[in-house]
Design a protein around this ligand. Structure first.
Ligand code: ADP
Ligand code: ZN
Length: 609
């Protein structure tokens, strides 16, 4: 069965209509309602009413007089006359002199009329229309479960054919999930002992690491139905659908038990309820309903909830407490071995030459997620087709790593000779600084072919294996390597270019982390000045220190980067000859490998020091 998405209109569409409705309403309806009828009378009637003491409020203007009767019901208007005793007579009859004989309604009432009423009309209409739409969509496919009022659609997917063996690496996660499979196969084994399964399992990790795949594999291995819904689908445009969708989902799931319910992006509904004004009520109701449902069924009824998120820190604590999502399975970025395994799994789907060394490819693709690796393999296959070949070779894979990392080659970008020279020196600067510092990883490849990402060239460094700990020295060396490109430009051309912005960014980030997070400065010792708020999505940080400390941090960051920049310059100056040789060679060749680089370096004696 296929997944079907609800038809969705962009938000701006709805806002646009809302504004239009308010505008039209105010244009046509409000003016009619707003002005209470003003009755125009002659001066005689006015005097008569004064005599009868039937005047409530009065407002005397230069040209006209507005007044009301005793009951303040009707507003009258008459022209002003030269009547010197008028004020005295009005006073005698007990009239109130007022500056605002209301021609208009109270501000509250008019506010309601001009904004709330049209909005209400708009929402009622919208609600109606959306139901119509959903009904229409539901009519076309069989997977709509029209339950009660909500008409929520729930997707039951066939997971036939997806097994744990399709998910490479992630052994710890698989281990943890195998228990679930075993339980679904054989619940008696667990109930006999009195053990109950966790109700919910939270898969946390960066995007593209195979969380959805793992959930599907659990269902595939256990051969049970797989209900899948994304957190954001609960929170729809129109009020009240989220909670009833949750109800429907669980009703369906209980009927089909044992089964797997998979909620992707659960952070969309499970965010912390912070009680702030203007919070999302709809989301909160949905979350509450989810919590209620999870509390409502016993651990052993065979409905297993798997949820995925890449922002675990933003989840409501109520969701992660025992009895709800009480087991957390980390699905991290694959390590070297994992990457190799993933590449091999995906390479099975394409024709690959026998001599391809997946270990090398995996080393080159350090930091790539499972999804990116799958993409790399596919890009390589496409490249082979473009070249009219029937098998994929190692060069295809290498090139596609660069494509995925840096974008396609810009075939027609023409660099001037001077620019080529500058870029060559810049890249060699990075590589040479890296190589000259004994602790730096060797260089895999250097190229000056411009990429669509905007990079004019780059140096690909290769880690020997996965590194889990970095020493202070190693971090400093990394910073020096980042500054190496600019340093070479300075030494050779005595001029600096815009080409180093990315280097600067990375060097700064590292230096800052050293001080604020790794406790690598003497003054701050082991005090955290920054906390990571977004571990799996780019690792954003938020500062947690006073303004004075911030200033100090900034100064220290500058000092670190400066020191390493100086070091890089010194290293390059001392090896000026080999720098020139290498840069010329690269400028001519466009792409050189790590071996070529090391050969020249060793021949020129740069490494003897
Ligand atoms: P997530 O849900 O974590 O964002 P997905 O499960 O949707 O990631 O993975 C996206 C794609 O990436 C999968 O369809 C698969 O092709 C590939 N992929 C990710 N991780 C792995 C893995 N460990 N083994 C094999 N393929 C993987
Ligand atoms: Zn650079």
């Amino acid at each position: 069965m296929k997944e079907v998405k609800n038809p969705r209109k962009p938000l701006i569409y709805y806002y646009g209509i809302a504004v239009l409705v308010i505008f039209l309403f105010n244009l046509i309806v409000t003016p009619v309602l707003m002005n209470r009828q003003v009755k125009e009378v002659d001066y005689g009637t006015f005097m008569e009413m004064i005599d009868k003491k039937n005047i409530g409020k009065v407002e005397v203007d230069d040209s006209e007089i507005l007044f009301t009767d005793k009951e303040n019901e009707t507003i009258y208007k008459t022209g002003a006359m030269n009547d010197p005793t008028l004020t005295q007579r009005l006073y005698d009859c007990g009239a109130k002199f007022s500056k605002d004989v209301d021609q208009t309604m109270s501000p509250l009432l008019s506010g309601i009329l001009s904004f709330v009423v049209p909005l209400l009309i708009f929402f009622v209409l919208g609600q109606y229309m959306s139901k119509k739409l959903i009904e229409q969509a539901g009519g076309k496919n069989a997977m709509s479960f029209g339950m009660g009022k909500s008409n929520a659609k729930i997707y039951v997917q066939s997971t036939q054919g997806i097994h744990f063996s399709d998910v490479a690496g992630e052994d710890e996660a698989k281990e943890s999930l195998k228990e679930i499979v075993d339980y679904l196969h054989n619940p008696d084994k667990y109930t006999q002992v009195g053990a109950s399964m966790p109700k919910g399992i939270l898969l946390v990790g960066p995007p593209g690491t195979g969380k959805t795949m793992l959930a599907k594999a659990v269902a595939g291995e256990a051969q049970v139905p797989f209900f899948s819904i994304s957190g954001s689908e609960f929170v729809e445009m129109f009020v009240g659908m989220g909670a009833s969708k949750v109800r429907d989902l669980f009703k369906q799931a209980k009927e089909k038990a044992p089964c797997i319910v998979f909620i992707d992006e659960i952070d969309a509904i499970g965010k912390k309820r912070d009680g702030q004004m203007g919070g999302n009520d709809e989301r909160e109701q949905t979350l509450n309903q989810l919590l209620t449902e999870m509390d409502g069924f016993e651990g052993n009824n065979g409905v297993m909830i798997l949820a995925a998120t890449n922002r675990p820190e933003s989840l409501d604590p109520a969701l992660t407490r025992p009895g709800r999502f009480d087991r957390r399975v980390p699905v991290e970025l694959p390590d070297l071995q994992g990457r190799e395994a993933i590449l091999k799994v995906h390479a099975k789907k394409i024709k690959v030459a026998d001599d391809v060394n997946f270990h090398t490819i995996a080393r080159m693709a350090s930091g790539a997620s499972g999804a990116e690796l799958a993409n790399i393999v596919n890009e390589a296959a496409l490249r082979a087709v473009r070249d009219n070949r029937t098998v994929v070779n190692e060069a295809d894979l290498e090139e596609s790593i660069e494509t995925v990392i840096a974008g396609y080659q810009k075939k027609n970008a023409v660099l001037s000779d001077q620019e080529r020279k500058v870029v060559s020196y810049h890249e060699i600067g990075h590589a040479l600084v890296a190589a000259l510092q004994t602790h730096s990883a060797p260089v895999q490849k250097i190229t000056i072919i411009p990429r669509t990402s905007g990079a004019l060239g780059y140096t690909m460094q290769v880690e020997q294996g996965d590194k889990y700990l970095l020493t202070k020295q190693e971090l400093e060396n990394k910073i020096a390597t980042f500054t190496g490109g600019r340093a070479a430009e300075e030494i050779v051309f005595h001029e600096i270019t815009t080409g180093a912005s990315n280097d600067i960014e990375q060097a700064t980030k590292l230096a800052r982390s050293m001080i604020t997070r790794y406790g690598m400065s003497e003054e701050f010792d082991m005090v955290a000045m920054e906390t990571v708020t977004n571990q799996y999505l780019g690792g954003d940080t938020s500062l947690a220190c006073s303004a004075e400390t911030q200033k100090e941090i900034d100064e220290k960051v500058v000092a670190i980067v400066k020191e390493q920049h100086e070091k890089a310059k010194k290293l390059l100056e001392e090896n000026r000859e080999v720098l020139d040789k290498l840069a010329m060679y690269l400028c001519e060749k466009e792409t050189i490998t790590g071996e070529e680089f090391m050969e020249i370096l060793n021949k020129e004696g740069g490494m003897q020091k």
